[in-house]
Design a protein around this ligand. Structure first.
Ligand code: NI
Length: 152
């Protein structure tokens, strides 16, 4: 049986709007912290999400995971949830600022359920990478945060 571990990465895109704002702070404080990202009317981004999984290369298929399964999961659980939404209106961000750091954590918690959904327990979520703009990107490797539903 093959114990060769390989990493697989795949990129997805969605568009969404957001406004960086903390309800508990004053308008002045919000403007001071978030600047133009606190604009009351929000603004949009074309987000790029890259998910990286690792696992043994299946000797029969030669694959770590079936990309069709990953695409289906991503479409249902990530793209349909976020694409063309205002992130601030989503339940996931009711108590969290819609920074791309927090979006990264939320997307991690969703992908942490993928291995289970395809009954592939050896598959491990390694990294979630989210690009907000051509200049900003964020990575999460799964350490140190308890997000409901996630597993190591
Ligand atoms: Ni923004």
């Amino acid at each position: 049986m093959s114990r060769v571990i390989a990493h697989l990465s795949r990129r997805y895109r969605f568009s969404a709007s957001h406004r960086l704002h903390v309800d508990a702070l004053s308008e002045e404080q919000n403007r001071a912290i978030f600047g133009k990202c606190n604009n009351p009317f929000g603004h949009g981004h074309d987000y790029v999400v890259e998910v990286t999984l690792s696992g043994p290369v299946d000797p029969a298929t030669g694959m770590v995971a079936n990309l069709a399964d990953l695409d289906r999961f991503t479409r249902q659980e990530v793209l349909e949830r976020f694409d063309h939404t205002n992130l601030n209106t989503l339940e996931a961000f009711r108590d969290r600022v819609t920074t791309t750091e927090n979006l990264c954590l939320e997307i991690w918690s969703i992908f942490s359920l993928f291995a289970e959904s395809v009954d592939h327990p050896q598959l491990k979520l390694e990294r979630i990478h989210v690009e907000e703009t051509g200049n900003n990107s964020f990575d999460y490797f799964g350490e140190g945060v308890s997000v409901p539903g996630r597993q190591r």
